[in-house]
Ligand binder design. Structure first.
Ligand code: ADP
Ligand code: BMX
Ligand code: ZN
Length: 291
């Protein structure tokens, strides 16, 4: 059964057709519109999925935000241009005429990455370092979603009580420091106004401020990973997102984690499905896990 899978992130929207063997075709992307009102997102989703919906039997959505009863509720509305609330499944059902299911993007990616692990794994955690910092926790082979969809929002744990304000209303969250937006927000002088992608390029060219901003992110992520190990005793942590997958980033996180006591050491791996983990996890969940 062909699934129309959609991944809604703070920076980009992706959609593709996914078949029963998790093969992806006709993948396409659009920038996420930054608008407080839902109309721009509705219009972008329409443009994105219209050429694909004819070939699918159902829709599977992985989306940034807390997903409750098919509705997106932003914990950090700044990541979506101030948008707080968006009726995801209702909108996609209206656009495509197909039944739709939705799940948080990092929870979906965790599920896909858990299935990609080879060996006897029961406990793993996925982290995306992207527009924000998202997380998905698999414990004893089960994906945690929580009663209200909040489970795994590890980007909103505390990194620094004196750190920058987070869009969720809390000061010093991991997301406010380690995410693409957090990296960009701390840039000063010649780097002020640059996005995280540009800051990585500048670091590669030898810019020391850019390199320090990336190290600050990697340090916050490594401390989060030590906390995750202490909380879940997971067997591995898989890292995705465009910042998480950027050249050299995971190596830096490993170096920072190595400074922590031995009890908090855990294997770190880049996402097997790279930028498609969210799409594939949503498809897997909607298809009922036939793997
Ligand atoms: P989304 O959050 O929409 O899922 P991404 O995973 O692409 O999207 O994350 C977006 C963030 O990653 C932005 O802050 C962007 O500047 C940054 N980014 C995109 N490409 C790269 C790259 N090649 N290297 C480092 N950072 C990147
Ligand atoms: C934020 C939060 C999470 C999401 C994470 C990564 C919103 C809109 N999103 O912490 O639900 O999983 O970002 O999202 O509150 P991404 O856009 O970086 O992929
Ligand atoms: Zn926060």
């Amino acid at each position: 059964m062909t699934t129309l899978a959609i991944d809604i992130g703070g920076t980009k929207l992706a959609a593709a057709l996914v078949d029963n063997d998790l093969l992806i075709r006709d993948r396409r992307e659009l920038p996420t519109p930054a608008s407080k009102t839902p109309d721009a997102l509705r219009a972008a989703l329409h443009t994105l999925v219209e050429p694909l919906s004819l070939y699918a039997k159902h829709v599977a959505i992985a989306s940034t935000g807390i997903i409750r009863d098919g509705v997106l509720l932003a914990i950090n509305p700044h990541n979506l241009g101030g948008l707080l609330h968006f009726p995801l499944t209702e909108t996609l059902e209206a656009i495509t005429g197909l039944p739709a299911r939705a799940v948080n993007d990092a929870q979906a990616a965790a599920w896909a990455e858990y299935h990609a692990l080879r060996g006897d794994y029961r406990d793993m955690v996925f982290l995306t370092v992207s527009t924000g910092v998202g997380g998905g926790v698999v414990t004893d082979g089960k994906l945690l979603t929580g009663t209200g969809g909040l489970a795994g929002h590890l980007g909103h744990t505390l990194a620094d009580p004196n750190g920058p304000m987070c869009g969720c209303g809390r000061r010093g969250c991991v997301e406010a420091i380690a995410s693409g937006r957090g990296i960009a927000a701390a840039a000063q002088g010649e780097l002020a106004g640059c996005d995280a992608k540009t800051i990585f390029i500048r670091a590669g060219q030898g810019n020391t401020q850019a390199a320090d901003l990336i190290t600050r992110s990697a340090q916050a992520l490594a401390r989060l990973i030590a906390d995750i190990k202490a909380t879940t005793d997971c067997q591995c942590v898989v890292v995705g997102g465009s910042v998480g997958l950027a050249d050299g980033y995971l190596t830096q996180v490993r170096r920072c984690l190595a400074q922590e006591p031995s009890a908090y050491q855990v294997a770190l791996q880049p996402a097997h499905y790279r930028h498609d983990a969210g799409l594939l996890g949503a498809a897997l969940l909607a298809q009922g896990d036939r793997l």
